[in-house]
Design a protein around this ligand. Structure first.
Ligand SMILES: [Zn+2]
Length: 164
């Protein structure tokens, strides 16, 4: 079995995964923090204990075929690399985008990274929702800002209406 045909097999496996809907968007949404790499290793070694059902099902399906499990696992690792690179590219774009000011006091806010990521107002300490990634935290904060701003506007509009 030549290296080239193994590469082709991996490529075919990855194409199959994508055709089933496990594409970059799916991976970024459903496996944002490296679960795909761990799942790939589990599949490659046939370690199904304690894994999500879908990993267990791949291990069970190919229990007697370690070669096939390796091909699937490597294809999953490629998907993980694609996910990470896409994430870096998105993060670069986001860095260019500003963290919006606090919707309550209009002061600058910063990204905090602990067990989770969230945006916090430097002045009134209002926090955005805790998220798995900086990207999600930024989107949540900036979206929330827009929602809050809209709500404030509609309240203002209501007040005007009541005064009439
Ligand atoms: Zn504030």
């Amino acid at each position: 079995m030549s290296t080239q045909s193994i590469k082709n097999e991996i490529l075919e496996e990855r194409k199959k995964q994508v055709s089933r809907g496990y594409d970059g968007d799916h991976d970024s949404k459903e496996h944002p923090t490296g679960q795909l790499a761990l799942a790939a290793v589990s599949v490659m070694y046939g370690l199904s204990g304690g894994e999500p059902n879908w990993v267990q099902s791949i291990c069970d399906q190919h229990a007697a075929n370690p070669r096939k499990r390796l091909i699937i696992g490597v294809a999953m690792l490629e998907a993980e690399i694609d996910r990470i690179i896409a994430g870096i590219e998105r993060l670069d774009k986001i860095k260019a985008e500003v963290i919006k000011r606090c919707p309550f006091c209009n002061k600058p806010c910063e990204m905090r990274v602990y067990d989770s990521c969230f945006v916090e107002c430097n002045n009134c300490l209002t926090k955005g929702p805790p998220c798995a990634t900086r990207e999600q935290a930024l989107i949540a904060w900036n979206t929330r800002f827009e929602t809050t701003a809209l709500k404030t506007d509609s309240r203002r509009r209501k007040k005007v209406n009541c005064a009439k």
